[in-house]
Design a protein around this ligand. Structure first.
Ligand code: BTN
Length: 333
């Protein structure tokens, strides 16, 4: 596991402010308020995070821009300095699933906003027992601990907050509008780009903690996507945009917006606003769909979303409200 510390953050900040230029060892010692040896140790550790830092004898250190560090926990903590989430970012090159360490930390009392990020997941999970694929060097996969002031029956709304955050980030950063498919898939022209999973520990009337995991097919080439076999059409940001994205940038933006949305959900007016935002972006509503629920497949029309995030369907002339189901959009053309 790789994590950041105060010295690494100070050194990285100084180097990032002077890209391609030499920053003297003595300046770094002064800025970080540590010894030369501690600066050297921090630089070495930043290299492990993927930064290309040259040590220029008798002069200092120089940072070269490098995409290899785009999941750096130190960069993420620095970037999220002014938000309350993301104060602690734990990074693993490879994990079975980011949900597991995040849930263990939450059980041990870790605060809201701790992020667990992985370079790849070998056994990632999706909703309804499905698998999620996060291949190496291209995936965005992370989990965040949330301690929301929400009743257990409304916890589905956390995934809505995450979906809005991903949707807003992709629109803001890349100018592309994606669609939300109830409950928490993000699609581009019908193909999945992102999946969200929220798991909770609660008792009647109280949520102890929730862990929301977000997986985005980011810099994954179309050949790898086509071999992923995730039970439906998938695509990636690389395929859509034609260029790789800085994954840390996407994570930082999603985390900031999600924090804002979660706080909003905790008030009656904010919660209504959040659901309205979700509805605006959700392409399931108004559509004919196939619903797989309790081993039955039913055809119906999605007509609304309840205050708790359930879907309201019209099936054979009768309204049904479902909290969990697998939905397939039927073609509209
Ligand atoms: C789904 O589409 O059914 C949800 C997929 C959720 C995947 C994310 S990736 C980060 C976190 N770790 C997991 O094992 N799952 C979630």
């Amino acid at each position: 596991m790789i994590r950041s510390n105060k010295t690494k953050k100070s050194v990285l900040k100084a180097l990032l402010e002077n890209p391609g230029e030499i920053v003297s060892g003595s300046d770094l010692c002064r800025i970080a308020d540590v010894s030369r040896q501690s600066v050297w140790k921090a630089v070495d550790s930043l290299r492990v995070e993927g930064f290309e830092i040259e040590a220029v004898p008798h002069k200092g250190y120089r940072l070269f821009c490098s995409g290899a560090a785009d999941l750096s926990p130190t960069w993420l903590e620095l970037t999220l300095e002014n938000t309350s989430w993301g104060k602690t970012v734990l990074f693993w090159k490879s994990l079975a699933s980011t949900q597991e360490p995040a849930k263990e930390l939450a059980r041990q009392g870790a605060p809201e906003g701790v992020l667990v990020v992985a370079g790849e997941q070998t056994s990632a999970r999706g909703r309804l027992g499905r698998k999620w694929k996060s291949p190496q060097s291209g995936s965005i996969c992370f989990s965040v601990i949330v301690r929301p002031n929400l009743l257990p029956g409304r916890i589905q709304l956390l995934s809505f907050a995450a979906a809005i955050a991903v949707h807003e980030t992709l629109k803001k950063n890349f100018g592309i509008s994606f669609e939300l498919k109830w409950p928490n898939d993000i699609l581009y022209r019908g193909a999945k780009v992102c999946g969200i999973l929220t798991e909770t520990a609660s008792e009647p009337g109280k949520v102890h903690y929730a862990v929301t995991g977000i997986g985005i097919n980011a810099n994954i080439d179309s050949r790898t996507i086509s071999m992923m076999d995730v039970g439906g059409p998938s695509t990636s940001l690389l395929t859509i945009l034609g260029h790789p994205v800085h994954r840390g940038d996407v994570i930082a933006s999603v985390v900031r917006i999600m924090e804002r949305e979660v706080r909003s959900l905790e008030t009656a007016s904010g919660s209504k606003k959040c659901i309205d935002e979700y509805i605006k972006r959700c392409s399931t509503l108004g559509r004919e769909v196939i619903i797989r629920h309790e081993e039955k497949a039913l055809r119906g029309k999605a007509i609304g979303i309840s205050d708790s995030g359930e879907i309201i369907l019209l099936i054979s002339g009768k309204e049904r409200v479902l909290a969990a189901a697998d939905i397939t959009h039927l073609r509209t053309d």
